[in-house]
Design a protein. Structure first.
Length: 308
């Protein structure tokens, strides 16, 4: 009897899957992408514990943690790691609050037409590749025949060549990152704000709460779970800086702009030290995972908010 019940449940499950086969086919595309480009490469993590790429194929052998010891003793890696932490911290401090502020401002706009146009404008840079973004900002900030050069001339100063300045490259990376990503995050927060019950604002008005108090005690309070999740995701990818630096930073500014992933790319691909480059990537992944777990734990301890 029990076998019959189990068989019926299995048949019911497969019927439901068949009825929703179109949705499952749509899901299959991103699932296949993640399997091929995110999970299958994990099978090669073992290379981090070998001397693959530095010796002939016949001499490849297991060397334990030697690659990790090398990278921790490398001045170039430690500089890249330091730069990654500094640039990521600057992006977090500057870039994380701006989308929330944008969303709060858009949420107060009553004109639907103006809101839609503004959302489109601030969201558009998210669809551009870093090659396009780098080209746009190079034209704006070039030392000659650019807006940057004209403004410097008006102020009687020499124009700063941002892309070749060790002192300004980090600010440029943060500025362009905010310009490219703030619109997307703002839309996420704005979508969360639309689910807030309007009667809460009406009750607050009756109690004499002004606009700032309504924003603080209602809007920000209600989107707090979304803010926590976005913060955890942001910390999870805090070390994932590659495309932007590869496009916008030249070897001239590597002293202050070289990051872990570009260092891993140069050593693992350009120099073909595959095992060593894999060790750098594994080190980065462990640090990122640890940051996610720590942030999630702290968020749950403070206010029982987290992603798991």
């Amino acid at each position: 009897m029990e076998d019959i019940v189990i068989a019926k449940k299995k048949g019911s499950f497969f019927r439901k899957v068949y009825k929703q086969r179109q949705l499952f086919l749509i899901m299959a595309i991103p699932l296949l992408f993640y399997l091929l480009f995110e999970y299958v490469p994990m099978l090669k993590v073992r290379w981090a514990f070998t001397n693959f790429g530095e010796v002939p194929a016949s001499q490849i052998e297991y060397i334990g943690l030697d690659n990790f010891k090398r990278l921790l003793g490398s001045a170039s890696f430690m500089n890249a790691f330091k730069n990654t932490l500094i640039i990521s911290a600057m992006k977090l401090v500057v870039g994380f609050p701006i989308p929330i502020i944008l969303a709060l401002m858009l949420n107060e706009v009553t004109s639907r037409h103006y809101k839609k146009v503004t959302q489109t404008i601030i969201y558009f840079p998210h669809f551009l590749s870093w090659v396009v973004i780098g080209s746009i900002w190079f034209l704006i900030l070039a030392p000659q025949n650019s807006i940057n050069a004209q403004l410097a001339e008006m102020m009687g100063k020499q124009p700063v060549y941002w892309f070749a300045s060790k002192e300004h490259i980090r600010e440029l990376l943060v500025l362009t990152d905010v310009w490219a990503g703030a619109g997307y995050s703002a839309i996420v927060y704005l979508a969360s704000m639309t689910s807030i019950d309007p009667t809460l604002y009406e009750a607050a008005k009756m109690d004499g709460a002004g606009k700032l108090k309504q924003i603080w005690h209602i809007t920000l309070s209600m989107i707090k779970p979304t803010v926590v999740v976005m913060l955890i995701f942001q910390l999870g990818k805090i070390l994932n800086i590659f495309d932007q630096v590869l496009v916008m930073a030249s070897p001239v500014v590597y002293e202050t702009a070289d990051v872990v992933q570009t260092y891993a790319y140069r050593t693992g691909v350009s120099e073909m030290k595959v095992g060593y480059g894999m060790a750098v990537s594994v080190f980065k992944a462990i640090i990122s995972f640890g940051l996610v777990m720590i942030t999630n734990h702290i968020a749950k301890k403070i206010d029982d908010e987290g992603i798991f």
